[in-house]
Design a protein around this ligand. Structure first.
Ligand code: NI
Ligand code: MN
Length: 228
């Protein structure tokens, strides 16, 4: 425990002893997804940024479950405006929830939501450090490689790191392998690849390169779970 289930793209369900979290649930319109938004049971919905492949079905899932959205302030406020409960946070801030702690990390990327004139600014994107049932899970969000990952790894003993590997919008496999060197997680899980043509990547290439560093990696198919 806890159990991490991959939803495809950057979506994960994290089930603790008493609480279920979902991060970046992008199911509707995701060609690799095997779950429907109505399948997702969650007490909290964590959203790294406003891009449609991350905000995805977050608001619908939050409303259907009476769940609280945890997101950067601007995006949390947007979700509240759409009728979801929200707990706004921001980069570097941590908060003790009943299930454990969430801290927002930097992510080098953009964040926007659909608006009247195309996309509207939605604040800074983030990554999440989630502490639940004594385990630390790092979801990097969408980001390029950054040296401060070393600091994140120094400050927190990471049990599982969920890292984008698809390139074009984020780190590619080799940058994500470098991220593993910086973060030193017990387990690395690739995400944000093969959903679209421009983010084609070989997750087994990532797994082998992580294993060459004497670290563990797990490649999950959508619907597959791993306990940490
Ligand atoms: Ni994005
Ligand atoms: Mn994305």
């Amino acid at each position: 425990m806890p159990k991490i289930t991959y939803l495809g793209h950057s979506g994960f369900v994290i089930e603790g002893r008493e609480t279920s979290l979902v991060i970046d649930p992008f199911l509707e319109g995701n060609p690799l997804a095997v779950a429907e938004p109505s399948d997702i049971k969650a007490d909290y919905v964590l959203v790294t940024h406003g891009h449609p492949d991350h905000l995805g079905d977050s608001i619908a899932i939050a409303k259907a479950n009476g769940a609280t959205v945890i997101a950067p302030f601007e995006l949390a406020t947007y979700c509240e405006g759409k009728g979801a409960k929200a707990h706004p946070m921001h980069i570097g801030g941590g908060y003790d929830f009943p299930f454990g702690r969430v801290k927002l990390t930097i992510a080098h990327h953009g964040s926007a939501v659909p608006g009247d004139s195309g996309m509207e600014y939605a604040g800074s994107p983030c990554g999440f450090l989630v502490e639940i049932d004594g385990k630390n899970i790092y979801h990097a969000g969408d980001t390029g490689l950054f040296l401060d990952m070393k600091l994140i790894g120094e400050l927190t003993e990471i049990d599982a790191a969920l890292l984008p590997v698809g390139g074009n919008f984020t780190m590619d496999v080799d940058d994500a392998v470098r991220a593993v060197e910086f973060l030193r997680p017990k387990l690395a899980v690739p995400m944000h690849y093969n959903t679209f043509d421009v983010i084609k990547a070989d997750p087994d290439d990532f797994r082998k390169k992580v294993e060459a560093l004497k670290r563990k990696a797990a490649v999950l198919k959508a619907g597959e779970s791993i306990e940490i």
